[in-house]
Design a protein around this ligand. Structure first.
Ligand SMILES: Nc1ncnc2c1ncn2[C@@H]1O[C@H](COP(=O)(O)OP(=O)(O)O)[C@@H](O)[C@H]1O
Ligand SMILES: [Mg+2]
Length: 423
């Protein structure tokens, strides 16, 4: 059953209307987990509806309703409402509007925020994101490079009660240890030569929000100790500082390394690993969820198409999609995006063709062609053999041969013609 979030002062008064419908209606204070609705009904007669609309529209289709007022209806549609209904609402109008947007609701389910994925593995990731968002536990996101660890971290923050506060990323592999410390903790004026002002670090700036340690597996043991301390004590000291400052941050970390192995080797602190790995979200490499490729490709075509001023690239041929689905993507989604971006800039027709793909991908094609051809040939040869044998057993009686083979007479006749078998 579709879950409909109703945002209205009058929701209580309207409940008979909502009960009489075939959808599940929830008011905001029904204390459902915040993110689990399929569509929203937003009353434009409430204060601050614009804010609510902006907040909801990226997550689900929003049907607006109000007293008849063309101007408000137009404003709501401009701000991203997908439909507008006039008060008083009727069961028929509600059913109609919600059913009309059913398709949109389903496509929303093909992704989550900006993250595309229909594979069972990604659906599982989406539900973990929702669970992680409403909990305060630290999260460790694992997976090969380019699988989309950062968008997952952002989605957790955006769906969490901390969403109004900042989300700060520290790229641990890009910054040397000493800089990492001053970035993270800040420093007091005079702490070292050149520190001629006081600087607040990321942990202080993110107070109330989320800090994302990207590539946490790459940091030194000394730095690990410092991070562990912050997580355990919830306080920091600026470099050169004299006192601890309380900070309230939620930690999300990501790594493409296997931290279990790193812990065994002694290069990663086991206690830090436990502190971070309260919730683990693992992202599969793209080659293990190839059903996500067509949607990702379409998503990236749409994203990069505006760069072409001469032609509008609208889609991609089946052949080209096939090639894209048969490549192992060592660089995962990042690599796929690069390939699509390049194809969008090269294409000479509104449709991306195999010739717009990198040469190394095409080289695999003839081989694949040969193997499929061989496979088909083998099947045809096999079919021909058993049909010939059934025909000879039945004394060339087609009906008898068909029943011996367990297929219909017409089916056998079609096969005989198709395989050019002499009768
Ligand atoms: N499922 C996805 N849907 C849409 N974009 C994605 C998806 N996964 C990855 N991307 C994009 O691919 C690129 C690489 O992802 P990123 O998070 O940087 O990889 P990593 O896992 O190495 O941190 C980013 O631009 C990201 O937005
Ligand atoms: Mg990354």
């Amino acid at each position: 059953m579709l879950k409909v979030l109703v945002i209205s002062d009058e929701a209580e008064k309207r409940s008979p209307l909502f009960e009489s419908s075939k959808f599940g209606f929830y008011t905001q204070d029904s204390k459902q987990e915040g993110n689990l609705y399929d569509i929203a009904l937003l009353d434009l007669d409430i204060e601050g509806w614009q804010g609510r609309l902006l907040e909801l529209r990226g997550r689900m289709p929003v049907v607006a309703f109000s007293k008849p007022d063309i101007k408000i209806a137009v404003d709501a549609m401009k701000l991203g409402a997908c439909d507008f209904l006039e008060k008083p609402l009727t069961v028929a109008a509600l059913d109609h509007a919600i059913s009309k947007h059913r398709k949109k609701i389903l496509t929303h389910k093909h992704g989550f925020d900006e993250i595309i994925g229909t594979s069972p593995a990604m659906q599982e990731v989406f539900s973990l994101i929702k669970k992680a968002a409403v909990s305060e536990s630290n999260v460790l996101i694992t997976g090969e490079s380019g699988v989309g660890k950062e968008p997952v971290a952002r989605a957790i923050h955006r769906w969490s009660p901390r969403k109004e506060k900042s989300f700060m990323t520290i790229n641990c592999s890009a910054i040397p240890d000493t800089l990492l410390e001053s970035e993270l903790f800040g420093f007091e004026k005079g702490a070292f030569t050149g520190a001629n002002y006081t600087k607040r670090g990321i942990l202080e700036l993110a107070d109330g929000g989320t800090v994302f340690f990207d590539e946490i597996g790459d940091v030194s043991p000394l730095f690990q100790t410092k991070v562990l301390r912050v997580i355990q004590e919830g306080e920091i000291m600026r470099i050169g500082g004299m006192r601890y400052i309380k900070v309230d941050v939620r930690f999300i970390a990501a790594t493409n390394r296997d931290l279990n192995v790193a812990c065994l080797r002694g290069t990663f602190r086991l206690d830090l690993f436990y502190r971070l790995n309260v919730i683990n979200i693992h992202l599969l490499p793209l080659r293990e969820r190839i059903e996500d490729i067509p949607l990702l490709v379409r998503h990236f075509i749409k994203k990069h198409a505006p760069k072409r001023k001469d032609i509008l690239i609208k889609g991609i041929s089946d052949d080209a999609i096939n090639i894209l689905m048969n490549y192992p993507y060592p660089g995962n989604v990042r690599e796929l995006e690069n390939i699509v971006e390049r194809a969008v800039s090269l294409a000479n027709s509104p449709e991306i063709l195999p010739s717009d793909l990198p040469a190394f991908m095409l080289e695999q094609l003839p081989q694949k062609g040969i193997t499929t051809q061989k496979f088909r040939d083998a099947i045809r040869a096999f079919e021909k053999e058993i049909i010939l044998s059934a025909l000879s057993d039945s004394g060339r009686n087609i009906s008898k041969a068909a029943s011996a083979l367990g297929i219909h007479r017409q089916q056998l006749q079609r096969k005989i013609k198709d395989l050019k078998i002499a009768t």
